[in-house]
Write a protein that binds this ligand. Structure first.
Ligand code: P71
Length: 473
């Protein structure tokens, strides 16, 4: 760029600039931190970014879950929250928003996504049944296993290759699924666990064509499909962008169509739905609904609040409708892509194509000299925090946990550090700061050593595990 003729960001990338479809009404001050403070905080946190205090973090990209900024419409709806124990009018507004947006008639509220996963798994899975899915998610698989199920990954092979440019890396490989059905019989399969987008693959979408073919295969065998709709609106936006025939359909229409190929869905409303807490499970079948609605009172709360306050349900109702706005999704996905494109241009290895909610740094290529049992992705998350106060999350060997049969690390094909972008929270200037911080860590990568795990909890170890720096490779 010439100094005499400054260019806008859009011009630098050879396109027209986009901007946020909102203006800012309230701000939350954040402060920068110094390296000495960060080094102390990091060692107190056992080199695990989950154990840092948020006041020690400058730009927080740990997760896009529950970290969204709510709109003035959502905040004002919260004041209308009906806090009745039973039959809250807020529940009925919540129920209508979900019915209209996703199309399932029967809705059970839960406090967040894993509450819904627990209910579905306990209700539908029989001991020893297989649960095929398009890649595992940590809490989803754990609840399936706790219910006696055995998760089987049936995502296409391209999803495990961070450089594959396949536009729908979230697709299910129907041959893999068919082979499982042949081996175990349809009665050996609990249901197909389908997610849009696929978090652990890098926020990758599945296509409408794949969903239709999956429906057809499952109908032939009488197998149900349940959808993790946590980031389905982002999946729909990526379909609008890339699937032939969908450019003129709205995100809202595509969401409805995707749901029409499934028997039910569950949701962590903390993502797409632009709130800080909430969830649900919604189904077509009346008997299944009765079972879920009965179980929810044991674990979450009455079937008209499911662990949420009335005001929380109001915020979900408004946020659910905002989430399927085309303008919102455009800004959302383009902001993520802006950060990723800067990193790509500087030669930082990331998962491609850039997905819907986060940039996933490929720690295997970032630190080729660090073996997987020295936790390269955990190391990268720790180094990035020490460098800059930017907090990301490990999504590799620590997250994958141990195989319940052998007790060994699972050594997943993808060893990633995720920088998840909260919705409507940070600006393009924040993305510039993050990109430069990653570049600085990348520039001194050869001098970095891995970590040793010194404390390992039994469940979902990544949340509370502790590490020490290794002095030598
Ligand atoms: C994310 C989270 C939150 C999280 C969960 C576990 C470890 C670290 C962070 C939560 C999801 C999700 C999908 C696809 C279900 C849940 C559980 N993601 N499905 O990405 O991404 O929902 O957190 O509301 O219980 O940071 P829940």
């Amino acid at each position: 760029m010439s100094r005499e003729h400054p260019e806008t960001m859009g011009q630098q990338f050879g396109r027209r600039s986009w901007a946020e479809p909102w203006k800012i009404k309230m701000v939350e001050p954040i402060t920068t931190t110094d390296r000495q403070t960060r080094e102390r905080a990091l060692s107190e946190a056992g080199f695990n970014t989950f154990l840092l205090r948020s006041e020690d973090v400058y730009i927080d990209l740990l997760t896009d879950s529950g970290t969204n900024a709510m709109s003035d419409r959502q905040w004002s709806a919260m004041l209308l929250g009906d806090e009745a124990y039973a039959g809250s009018s807020s529940f009925y507004r919540f129920e209508s928003a979900i019915r209209e947006t996703y199309g399932y008639p029967r809705v059970v509220p839960t406090h967040q996504g894993r509450g819904a996963e627990h209910l579905l798994s306990q209700t539908v899975i029989k001991e020893g049944q297989i649960v095929p899915g398009n890649m595992y998610f940590t809490t989803t698989r754990l609840h399936q296993e706790l219910a006696g199920g055995v998760f089987a990954d049936v995502i296409i092979d391209e999803a495990h290759d961070p450089s594959s440019q396949h536009p729908f890396k979230g697709n299910i490989d129907l041959d893999k699924l068919e082979a499982l059905i042949e081996r175990h019989g349809a009665e050996g399969i609990a249901y197909v666990s389908l997610a849009g987008t696929v978090n652990m693959a890098g926020g990758q979408p599945y296509s409408v064509a794949n969903a239709k073919a999956l429906r057809e295969l499952c109908d032939r065998h009488g197998i149900q499909i349940y959808l993790d709709a946590t980031r389905l609106a982002e999946n729909a936006y990526l379909i609008q962008e890339r699937e032939p025939g969908y450019a003129d359909k709205s995100v809202a229409e595509i969401v409805r169509e995707l749901c029409s190929y499934t028997d039910g869905a569950w949701m962590s409303a903390k993502k797409d739905a632009l709130v800080n807490i909430g969830g649900w499970i919604a189904v077509n079948d009346e008997d299944l609904f009765d079972s879920l609605r009965n179980l929810v009172v044991v674990y979450e709360g009455l079937h008209t609040y499911g662990g949420m306050a009335g005001r929380d349900m109001e915020a979900v109702a408004v946020g659910t409708r905002e989430a399927v706005s085309d303008d919102h999704q455009h800004q959302r996905v383009m902001q993520v892509r802006y950060l990723g494109t800067l990193l790509q241009r500087w030669g930082v290895p990331i998962v491609e194509p850039i997905g819907g909610h986060a940039i996933f740094l490929d720690a295997t290529r970032f630190y080729p000299h660090i073996p997987q049992d020295h936790f390269p992705a955990q190391t990268l998350a720790a180094e990035l925090y020490a460098e800059s106060g930017v907090r990301g999350m490990e999504r590799g060997n620590v997250s994958a946990g141990r195989d319940p049969e052998t007790g060994e690390h699972r050594y997943p094909a993808l060893e990633l550090t995720r920088l998840a972008i909260p919705r409507r929270v940070y600006t393009q200037a924040h993305m510039d700061v993050v990109a430069e911080a990653v570049k600085a860590v990348h520039d001194r990568r050869t001098a970095t050593r891995g970590l040793r795990m010194v404390y390992e909890p039994h469940y979902l170890r990544f949340f509370q595990a502790r590490f020490e720096r290794r002095e030598e490779a």
